[in-house]
Design a protein around this ligand. Structure first.
Ligand code: ADP
Ligand code: ADP
Length: 227
């Protein structure tokens, strides 16, 4: 088995005093696609926000690439190589597609033009719409902007919170195929998904989360077969 990239160990936490996650345990290995599925309200988004330092956790440890990131800020976590694409409000609607991608590189001090070229190669529709405000794009294309923004930082691990939420089947397929291509670049993926069938179909491993705990862990194929 390849090296462990991310470890979530006995994590307990939530919003303020109210715990949502209870002794959550998960792992992502280098280059893996790991999918979190489970009922609404299970704590999937809360888990992602906790990993990315957007929520203070009350107990447990989060380790990334050998470093304890449990109490790091999001900016520090980004600098370590993790990027996060939230489910909503993931683009700046009044800025153009191009400006959104530039903003994505906010922590970089080097020349970003090669990265911009690569993102446009990766997402042809974005090149065509580069001068339009991101808010005028379709949901699927906005999701591409959000993912492109995160990729501007060359992450080693990408956290995706329901990237296909609310998308038409056509865009859903496109986004899943993009997730696969991103993973083929060697980027690890931890993804929350409602569309469990498709997501588990491309997952190396998956976790079923319920009431803030992981209930099952197995290969994507086994979870899919035993649904
Ligand atoms: P999932 O992503 O699995 O649907 P969430 O992590 O979004 O679940 O939500 C888990 C629980 O946390 C739910 O009971 C939800 O009501 C609660 N919750 C979500 N966001 C907040 C918030 N900002 N403040 C307080 N409680 C929240
Ligand atoms: P600032 O960096 O001044 O706080 P931003 O609006 O650019 O302002 O970012 C707000 C937060 O969102 C940042 O602190 C960062 O953690 C996160 N963020 C912004 N862009 C990205 C990105 N491309 N990938 C991951 N996180 C990001």
């Amino acid at each position: 088995m390849s090296d462990v990239l991310l470890t979530i160990e006995n994590v307990t936490g939530g919003y303020g005093e109210a715990d949502i996650l209870f002794d959550l345990n998960m792992k992502v290995h280098d280059g893996e696609v790991v999918v979190i599925v489970g009922p609404n309200g299970a704590g999937k988004s809360t888990a992602m926000k906790s990993v990315f330092g957007l929520l203070k956790i009350r107990g447990g440890t989060i380790t990334y690439d050998g470093h304890d990131i449990t109490h790091d800020t999001s900016d520090a976590i980004v600098r370590r190589g993790i990027c996060y694409v939230p489910q909503t409000n993931n683009v700046f609607p009044t800025l153009t597609v191009h400006e959104n991608l530039e903003m994505g590189a906010f922590v970089r001090k080097d020349d970003i033009s090669d990265s911009l070229d690569r993102i446009y190669e990766f997402f042809p529709p974005l090149k065509e719409k580069r001068k339009l405000p991101a808010g005028t794009l379709s949901g699927g294309q906005r999701q591409m902007v959000a993912m492109g923004k995160a990729l501007m930082l060359d992450p080693k691990l990408l956290l995706l919170d329901e990237p296909t939420a609310g998308l038409s089947p056509k865009y859903m397929d496109q986004i899943f195929s993009i997730v696969k291509q991103i993973n083929e670049l060697g980027i690890g993926i931890l993804m929350v998904e409602q569309n469990a069938k498709q997501a588990l179909g491309l997952a190396d491993r998956g976790y079923v989360l319920a009431s803030g705990k992981n209930r099952y862990e197995d290969t994507g194929a086994n979870l899919l077969a035993n649904r």
